[in-house]
Design a protein around this ligand. Structure first.
Ligand code: ADP
Ligand code: ADP
Ligand code: ZN
Length: 222
């Protein structure tokens, strides 16, 4: 199973993808998490990407395409090509442009594979803004929180591991406005790309996380 999880910033991709990955035995590949790990490690790639990310702009296509190709190569090696137990993949945050979607299809075709489904979490704009304004993440285990909707039991501290909760620089209001615009402009066309191939399922992402997860699982098993 190779699934692309789509949706605007704040739709719930990062909250749902790990749950789905565990349930259907797939690797969760988040390009945003990969980029933030590079930034935290202070690599050349991370420092270059940080400028784009903090401004709410997309990192250049070729950088992302090379990054995802390298990542998928290691995952295939781990699973063993063609093995019965070969785990699936859930892509979260990639592809974000038509060029990325096309490059992904070409790379998969070369190995005889394809994307099985693209699932979009649909959430209205005002709710996205509320979600991003309160988003907080554990700096240690990456567990997702919302300061109002799903706060930790002790302020600023992760329930799972005791790590510090942090807010992202690109979740500041000005960067959020810009990211939503970038989404409409560059990422929304990717939905049409999968729709034209009859691979797109749009699900309602507005409900509580458990309800959204049920819809997501049903769409993934369709
Ligand atoms: P994305 O990865 O799509 O940008 P996240 O999964 O990080 O989105 O979610 C953004 C914020 O909204 C987080 O603070 C998260 O805790 C919260 N959130 C996620 N799903 C829901 C939901 N169904 N209802 C309310 N808040 C949610
Ligand atoms: P969100 O939670 O808002 O959906 P992500 O964590 O997926 O955001 O991505 C954060 C930032 O990382 C993006 O705003 C962008 O700068 C960069 N990024 C992540 N994935 C990609 C991609 N596929 N192409 C270009 N830039 C990306
Ligand atoms: Zn934690």
């Amino acid at each position: 199973m190779r699934i692309v999880l789509m949706g605007p910033p704040g739709a719930g991709k990062g909250t749902q993808a790990p749950r789905l990955a565990e349930k259907i035995n797939a690797h969760h590949i988040s390009t945003g998490d990969m980029l933030r790990a590079e930034t935290a490690a202070g690599t050349e790639l991370g420092l270059m990407a940080k400028k784009f990310m903090d401004a709410g702009d997309l990192v250049p296509d070729q950088v992302m395409i090379d990054m995802i190709a390298a990542q998928m190569a290691t995952q295939t090696a781990v699973g063993g090509p063609g093995a019965d137990t070969e785990p699936g993949i859930i892509l979260d945050g990639f592809p974000r442009t038509l060029a990325q979607a096309e490059a992904l299809d070409e790379a998969l075709q070369a190995t005889g594979g394809a994307i099985d489904a693209a699932i979009m979490l649909d959430v209205e704009r005002d709710e996205l803004v509320r979600r991003l304004a309160g988003r907080a993440t554990c700096a240690n285990c990456k567990a997702p929180y919302h300061l109002t909707f799903s706060p930790p039991s002790k302020e600023g501290v992760c329930d799972n591991c005791g790590g510090n909760l942090v807010q992202r620089p690109d979740d500041q209001p000005e960067a959020v406005r810009h990211r939503l615009h970038v989404y409409d402009d560059q990422t929304a066309p990717v939905l049409d790309y999968y729709r034209a191939k009859d691979k797109l399922t749009v699900i309602d992402g507005a409900g509580a996380p458990d309800d959204v997860f049920k819809l997501l699982l049903a769409a993934a098993r369709r």
